[in-house]
Design a protein around this ligand. Sequence first.
Ligand SMILES: *Cc1c(COP(=O)(O)O)cnc(C)c1O
Length: 402
Amino acid sequence: MDKIYFDNAATTPVRKEVLDEMLPYFSEHYGNASSIYSIARDSKKAIDVARERVAKALGADVNEIFFTAGGSESDNWAIKGVAEALSQKGNHIITTAIEHHAVLHTCEYLESKGFEITYLPVDEYGKIRMEDLEAAIRPTTILISIMFANNEIGTIQPIAEIGKLAHEKGIYFHTDAVQAVGHVKIDVKEMNIDMLSLSGHKLNGPKGIGALYIRKGVKIKSFIHGGAQERNRRAGTENVPGIVGLGKAIELADAELEETSKKLIYLRDKLIKGITENIPYCRLNGHPVDRLPGNCNISFEFIEGESMLLLLDMKGIFASSGSACTSGSLDPSHVLLAIGLPHEKAHGSLRLTLGHYNTEEEVDYIIKELPPIVKRLREMSPLYEDFVKGTNCCGLGCSCDK
Ligand SMILES: *Cc1c(COP(=O)(O)O)cnc(C)c1O
């Protein structure tokens, strides 16, 4: 086996069909879409086509799609833009404890500006409880921002139910759907979604391009000020190759959605079974059924996720972990802590995320390679040694009940 990429939740390679459509817009069709001569019209036309493709995949109208520089910008725009537009109406926002940092840190920033934020807890599978959401709503609540699917554990939230409740209460509903678009069927109208963030590089499109769906009539301030691009709402000369790539990637993902999700669910379930049945003292994180087709997240007791990643890398396997040592932080993933994992189990987690190019041979390969890696690391672990001797069972989150 050559290189095996199991980190599709972090980013994905650009598909060949996508790159082919993008290339002419770097050189031949370089016109600024705001100009009126013919090469500029080519750019403008390409943007229109991409906007139609994005709108179609979401069940939105073309004039409800605004291109941005990615998922983080879309999240910032939705939350800060509504907070500013509705600050006279109220100052309370509801989100969850397991959002991506693009949402969490935006909310923390707004707290410093006087907004009040409720961070809903989640259950052991990473789902919010509708009764918690309902109880959190206040007369001053202006926005509910809840992610469609989690990037670490893959749990999918009850989005249609949340949208229905938000609309009954007259509150805007934003969802960070960066992990869901192209993987799960979405209809913004049926699901009562007012704003939705998406990103190109999580669906085999290019990096640095994304979009925000804004339902017609939603009151939101602009975030990037300057020229009149994006119908006066998002300034900056359009990233035409990026927009073309995003449009093509989303069109392909949407057309192949059923087929891809069938394939990925088969591979994912084989992977989960192959690991949990062959390695002792491990457990699946996230929801068993309501989870992204490509997400597998497993915690292994007595070892560090980071050391697993290094040994996997030596076997040509690229994956991710809920342990954050490399980022200079001692705290493990906020998502794994929110589902109730103790620190040591959160540190021992491994995230394998499958995508368009993964094969069954690759899944079989990691099922074969992982058990000896875990065994080797445990043999070097003083925690495991104590556990085997029976002297330090408690405090490890094992089930000894003492
Ligand atoms: C990747 C990701 C983002 C950020 O998107 P960028 O395009 O990388 O800025 C936001 N939310 C979620 C859930 C993500 O997975």
